[in-house]
Design a binder for this molecule. Sequence first.
Ligand code: CP3
Length: 360
Amino acid sequence: MQLPETHPLRTGAVADAPLLAALRGENPAHRPVWFMRQAGRSLPEYLEARKGTTMLESCLDPALAAEITLQPVRRYGVDAGIFFSDIVVPMKVAGVGVEIAPGVGPVFDRPIRTMADVEALPALGEPGDRGTFDAGLDAIREAVRLTVAQLGSTPLIGFAGAPFTLAAYMVEGRPSRDHLGARRLMIEAPDVWDALTAWTSAAAGLFLRAQVLAGASAVQLFDSWAGSLAPADYVAHCQPGSAAALSAVADLPVPRIHFAAHGSHLLRPMADAGATAMGVDYRLPLDEASRILGGDLPLQGNIDPARLTAPVEVLEAHVLDVLARGAEAPGHVVNLGHGVPPETDPDMLQRIVDLVHARG
Ligand code: CP3
């Protein structure tokens, strides 16, 4: 399938984007940089824009979602927008009872524990079938269209939560430290687990595809909790779902970044799920990550968020070290090793952008 004629990858709008060059394994004039959670509570303009709306309401308001996506791009001059949404938005669109509790994270009305619970989940349908789910994604498509129209030559990254992370939230019903409930279900009732992750991978895949067809030029699959798994469990119970989600956009010419916080021990099997680039958290130096992957894939990362509040010299020395190690990979997109903490001073992120653009 081809992208629509108005897509930035077809009009040529993003043809010279450093982000896409780095993700193709090339060396653009400067290394691209963006930040996971660059939109959000660290920005005063975000707090202002969000007044009076819940997190999920703002995700489903196309003009507001577009505005919030654009805020950090305007402010910092980063090399990509990350679509302002959330990993549980597809669940909300499907009609599952979920909210994002401030300071907590996603909370579901009815945790999923049994096959009957999985069977009661709403049907998702097929891409473009105009069923409830497909039609519900129109708010997402509209937000993406409004965003890319204003982003011009800066690419938009679409994203989804990986099937394991989504399923872990649905089983626990809320954020959990060790994901024990999800890991137990996976082992004790693999049929229920497989049915649930078939549903979450379909939801993630349809969510990704809608964003790409509406104008996103790259995607990232976030497997935030996969790091709690041993490699063998990852391969047996999670990799197939992530591969299915990524394959939903594999016929389209967009790079596919795959990231797990705490996931250094899973780099190879996560790459094998169908990624074209790997996000690396701050625990594993990028040169080592590249060696583990045999120099196969461009890397993204991995500035330590804890150093954002350190003295400027400490932060800048760290960024230069990340740049030096990232140069060992075939393509390097600078990012943090996890999301921007809410208390971050935006001036520190600006320093990083300026330093990367000058020295990267
Ligand atoms: O700049 C961006 O990265 C914007 C888009 C984005 C959000 N969430 C917005 C958001 C992305 C890519 C996500 C992904 C996401 N959501 C993940 C994967 C990334 C990761 O951090 O590992 C996860 C696990 C979630 C679930 C989630 N949503 C959590 C844990 C929280 C934090 C709850 C809190 O209040 O501390 C959210 C809410 C959320 N998602 C916010 C934002 C900007 C904060 C909402 C607010 O302003 O109160």
